[in-house]
Write a protein that binds this ligand. Structure first.
Ligand code: NDP
Length: 257
């Protein structure tokens, strides 16, 4: 394989909460290939985590970016523009729904929970893509994280499944709009991984066991494997792929009975 596939490339990573975050696995894969990375965090609570993880990395930027605050989003992209003068890729790995919406019936989802889930988990991809565009002067690649609950009913996933369905559709519409700027947009549909967010979904353990047994590879996916696919999608190995949802799920999605 080519060594240092991302040499001289600048990426922005959204969604590192801790070292178990899928976003961190994506960052590690990209760092190994020579990328320079800017990290965003949501709220002071996570600042320390992200700063600790990134303290020994060269040419790194750590900026706050709660996607519900447009000023913070604008400031984060302005900081990237100022430090690097360009942007080559974005890893969008954020999602949120109130805990009470991630159990029981979808039917009782409140308006507030629905709108919050859609704003943070879905609209933010469009928001971030628009802000990234002017900095992606030589084209670029944007990758987001989805899940199988977008297309089939998964117990307790509820409003987040609806948000992910809209996220996958957003990926296609954004890919169509941004293609003429040579900016690609793709989603990874990752199998379940035990992260902070995943623990918000009721009975996540049961889901992990089930997928581990039923998937063709008879195991669960590791964050590292999702990170490697993100690396492929932001690298020049995937220059003709856009608007796709790529499964990194040990094959779980292909199974019928
Ligand atoms: P993490 O909890 O590690 O990461 C989720 C990130 O989203 C956190 O950094 C979180 O910050 C951030 N976030 C939440 N609200 C906001 C906001 N308003 N503005 C900015 N950031 C925000 O979990 P994962 O790594 O599992 O999740 C990453 C992505 O992968 C999500 O889109 C998730 O849906 C998706 N995914 C996860 C799977 C899994 O099984 N783990 C499977 C398939 C997809 P904070 O902690 O402060 O809320």
């Amino acid at each position: 394989m080519m060594k240092f596939m991302l040499k001289n490339k600048v990426g922005m990573i959204f969604g590192v909460a801790n070292k178990r975050s899928i976003a961190w696995a994506c960052a590690e894969a990209c760092l190994n290939q020579g990328a320079k990375l800017a990290f965003t965090y949501q709220g002071e609570r996570l600042k320390e985590n992200v700063e600790k993880l990134t303290k020994d990395l060269p040419e790194t930027l750590v900026v706050p970016c709660d996607v519900t605050n447009q000023q913070e989003v604008d400031a984060a992209f302005a900081a990237v523009g100022e430090k690097y003068g360009r942007l080559d890729f974005v890893v969008h790995s954020i999602a949120f729904a109130p805990r009470e919406a991630l159990e029981g019936e979808f039917l009782t989802t409140t308006r507030e929970a629905f709108l919050t889930a859609m704003e943070i988990s879905t609209f933010s991809l469009t928001q971030v893509s628009l802000a990234a565009m002017p900095l992606m002067k030589d084209g670029g690649s944007i990758v987001t994280m989805s899940y199988y609950g977008a297309e089939k009913v998964v117990m307790n996933y509820n409003v987040m499944g609806v948000a992910k369905a809209a996220l996958e559709a957003s990926t296609r519409y954004l890919a169509a709009d941004l293609g003429r700027h040579n900016i690609r947009v793709n989603a990874i549909s990752a199998g379940p991984i035990n992260t902070l967010s995943a623990r918000g979904v009721k009975n996540m353990g049961t889901l992990l066991n089930y997928v581990g047994e039923k998937s063709p590879l008879k195991r669960n996916v590791e964050a590292r494997e999702v990170g490697n696919t993100a690396l492929f999608l932001v690298s020049d190995l995937s220059t003709a792929i856009t608007g796709e949802t790529i499964y990194v799920d040990c094959g779980y999605n292909i199974m019928g009975i």
